[in-house]
Design a protein around this ligand. Structure first.
Ligand SMILES: Cc1cc2nc3c(=O)[nH]c(=O)nc-3n(C[C@H](O)[C@H](O)[C@H](O)COP(=O)(O)OP(=O)(O)OC[C@H]3O[C@@H](n4cnc5c(N)ncnc54)[C@H](O)[C@@H]3O)c2cc1C
Length: 362
């Protein structure tokens, strides 16, 4: 091949970090909480943050913004047990319930004072709202809904990976000239780390000079989001999911039957939600929920990338599909090629018998 026709070798761009950015050190995780409970995504992020901090040889900090009281210290203690070395604690009555104004001001002030190089938040309603306004105020980069985070060993940059182009591609985003590097991650995308009871760390208290009259938004009443009756797909151990391959809504009963025997949650692909066979809360995938069960049974689901990104972290995936070339067989752990209408009732009956035998045996 002549030199002219050869494609020029692609050079890897060397990133040299601006000197003023080198002062930023450490990994932070915003500890989201409500009425005494830390959101599980914050604990998952502490696990991920621990890995990032270890690769950087830096410390991992939890950031707790809360009303004054014993609970605030409890949040810090929990953060230590999930991997944090220290916690930045800001207490003020205006931080009792989440409002954008005081939380943005508080978190921005902490960042400007202590200068972390990475700041992670859960991609929850609160986390998304706060991350956007903090990143805008700090004039730094934010990568939303990341599915992978790692450190570039050459220059300490955070490589934030997320789906793009409607989920058909994964892209990795780097914040070159601004700090901190911010990212949000959805619940259940990262694994829950082991709790280490009794593990402790340092608390750095920082005041917030703000009073109620500084804030335009007022909380008149707190109405708890009653999620108990709603599906808890992201935290289910077993999920039985159905797709368009089930043909008609009545056939979806086969999914419910198997789920009932297994004590599982029911999920589905986007077309079945759009067709009204299943409620929106049960959609799995890029525009639905991200799940991480021990067992995911997918019947009549092709395995499109937008579905895959929401469930591929399951420990065990069993796919039932009548097309042996369906993409789901490329990543399922077990595949059953056949008609879901025959296989689902057979599985339900087999599990029913097995569970009855186990029950009899005590
Ligand atoms: C921006 C965007 C966001 C999206 N978000 C999501 C999302 O969050 N979640 C999601 O699921 N999708 C999402 N989608 C849609 C996605 O691209 C696919 O269209 C969708 O996942 C396909 O659903 P399905 O597998 O149920 O249907 P199909 O792709 O139609 O697959 C049906 C499968 O059933 C099999 N089948 C047919 N009959 C039987 C039978 N009798 N027994 C067994 N198998 C049978 C077929 O072989 C086929 O593989 C999104 C798309 C876009 C563009």
């Amino acid at each position: 091949m002549s030199e002219e026709t050869q494609a020029p070798a692609k050079k890897k761009r060397k990133i040299v970090l601006d000197e003023r950015l080198q002062a930023y050190k450490g990994v932070w995780v915003f500890v989201e909480h409500e009425r005494g409970h830390i959101h599980p995504v914050s604990l998952e992020l502490l696990g991920e943050g621990r890995k990032l901090a270890d690769s950087l040889g830096a410390e991992l900090a939890g950031v707790v913004l809360s009303a004054p009281g014993d609970e605030a210290k409890e949040y810090c203690n929990t953060a230590f047990e999930y991997g944090a070395d220290l916690c930045y604690l800001m207490q003020n009555e205006v931080l009792r319930d989440y409002r954008n104004d005081p939380f943005t001001r508080g978190l921005t002030e902490l960042v400007n004072t202590y200068q972390p190089e990475i700041l992670l938040l859960g991609a929850t309603t609160q986390g998304r709202d706060l991350a956007g306004s903090v990143a805008t105020t700090l004039k730094t980069g934010l990568t939303a809904d990341c599915t992978g985070l790692e450190i570039d060993p050459e220059n300490r940059s955070l490589l934030s990976t997320r789906p793009t182009f409607g989920g058909s591609l994964l892209c990795t985003i780097v914040t070159l000239n601004y700090r901190p590097q911010m990212a949000t991650v959805r619940p259940r995308v990262m694994a829950m780390p082991e709790q280490q009871p009794g593990r402790s760390g340092r608390i750095i208290e920082h005041p917030l000079a703000m009073v109620e009259t500084d804030i335009v938004t007022k909380v008149l009443e707190f109405i708890a989001d009653d999620t108990r009756d709603k599906p808890q797909l992201p935290f289910a151990d077993i999920i039985v999911a159905g797709g368009r391959g089930l043909g008609k809504p009545e056939n979806f009963q086969l999914i419910w039957d198997l789920a009932r025997v297994l004590g599982a949650e029911v999920g589905g692909s986007r077309p079945v939600v759009q067709a009204g066979w299943l409620e929106l809360d049960r959609q799995v995938g890029q525009s639905g929920k991200t799940v991480r069960p021990k067992l995911y049974i997918a019947a009549g689901i092709s395995g499109a990338i937008q579905h895959r990104v929401g469930m591929e972290s399951a420990d065990c995936i069993i796919a039932i599909n009548n097309d042996p070339n369906a993409p789901i067989f490329d990543f399922a752990h077990y595949g059953i090629v056949g008609d879901a209408m025959t296989i689902l009732p057979a599985l339900t009956e087999a599990f029913r018998q097995k569970l009855a035998t186990l029950k009899q045996a005590g």
